[in-house]
Design a protein around this ligand. Structure first.
Ligand code: ADP
Ligand code: MG
Length: 161
């Protein structure tokens, strides 16, 4: 397991950390974004998507649960499961097909998905600290480990103890 502890002093830094991970992203992966409301999960996803060429806004798909993006060679699904009442709803919405696709899935509020979600390759944990955000990255599979290792050089300016 590779673990990296970072400090994002402002919004641009949270986005830049997302962009670093985008720059070494595999074309298929499962990412859990953990952290309270307002911790910066969607901000991280925005940096990720924009680094891959997305030009518009990135908002939490709070009511639609998932937002698809077609970004060059990367197919991206951004989930926000905050309003998921029952993990079974993921079945009804066809999420299983999305999880099985050649795609990167970025999932806010994965804890709401119960046992319906595939295991994460990478976990992004965000925590509010004063006016800043702590960002903990950890890999849980060999895919995640290669990914995070490749991103290390890009992340050095954000390293914290
Ligand atoms: P979440 O998706 O976790 O609910 P958001 O990404 O919507 O959180 O961000 C919540 C707020 O935190 C936004 O106003 C965003 O600009 C701000 N924010 C994100 N990263 C940082 C940071 N590193 N320092 C200060 N504010 C941040
Ligand atoms: Mg959000």
């Amino acid at each position: 397991m590779v673990q990296v502890n970072l400090l994002a002093v402002g919004v641009a830094e949270t986005e830049a950390i997302g962009a670093c991970l985008a720059s070494t992203s595999p074309t298929r992966a499962m990412v859990y974004l953990r952290g309270d409301l307002g911790a910066g999960k969607t901000t991280w996803v925005r940096g990720f998507a924009q680094a891959l060429g997305h030009q518009g806004v990135v908002k939490s798909p709070t009511y639609t649960l998932v937002e698809p993006y077609e970004l060059g060679n990367i197919q991206l699904f951004h989930f926000d499961l905050y309003r998921l009442h029952d993990p079974q709803e993921l079945e009804y919405m066809g999420a299983r097909d999305l999880f099985g696709a050649q795609a990167v899935c970025l999932i806010e509020w994965p804890e709401r998905g119960g046992g319906e979600l595939p295991d994460a390759d990478l976990v992004v944990q965000l925590r509010v600290t004063g006016a800043h955000r702590q960002v903990f990255l950890s890999s849980l599979t060999s895919i995640g480990e290669r990914w995070l290792t490749a991103a290390q050089a890009c992340l050095t300016t954000f390293l914290s103890e």
